[in-house]
Design a binder for this molecule. Structure first.
Ligand code: OFO
Length: 170
């Protein structure tokens, strides 16, 4: 059985994963209407699906442990961006926040000696290492490319290769 405080914290994480999913969906939609960003579009549609899966995993865990997972109301995410760089800066910012939140949850599970939740959260800990690494790699590449159109072309062409290489897609 989950304690009230752990249940609340897990529900807050549900909201965070749902917020990530919406944020990446908005990025996908923005990218889709830009000329030539097919790779980036696909990347964010897949990221969005992945975040939804992270949310579902939490929902099912909370309910399985005798709690009640509450589907949250969500604010509208950022829907337009002034550059591709801005999109990826937001992506990294988001992932760093999610990692911090997971770390806090892990600490809380330990404090409360809720070892089942602590164990459950280890999957998220590893996932966040990969997601942050992916976001940083992509930001570094974009910084190198700057405004160079052929660089952006290659970035878009290769983005799914980087995603698969770093281990995204869970
Ligand atoms: Fe849910 O993994 Fe990133 O945010």
């Amino acid at each position: 059985m989950l304690s009230k405080s752990i249940q609340e914290a897990l529900n807050a994480q549900v909201a965070m994963e749902a917020t990530s999913s919406q944020a990446y969906l908005a990025m996908a939609s923005w990218a889709e209407i830009q000329p030539g960003l097919d790779g980036v579009t696909e990347f964010f549609y897949q990221q969005s699906n992945e975040e939804r899966m992270h949310m579902l995993k939490l929902i099912r865990y909370v309910n399985e442990r005798g709690g009640f997972a509450m589907v949250p109301a969500l604010p509208q995410p950022i829907i337009t961006f002034t550059s591709l760089q801005k999109v990826f800066e937001e992506f990294l910012k988001h992932e760093v926040q999610v990692s911090e939140s997971i770390n806090q949850l892990v600490g809380m599970a330990l404090d409360e000696r809720d070892f089942a939740t602590h164990n459950f959260l280890q999957w998220y800990v590893s996932e966040q290492i990969e997601e942050e690494r992916l976001a940083r790699t992509l930001n570094d590449k974009l910084e190198l490319v700057g405004d160079d159109k052929s660089g952006i072309y290659l970035f878009d062409r290769d983005i799914m290769i980087h995603r698969n290489a770093i281990g995204g897609g869970k």
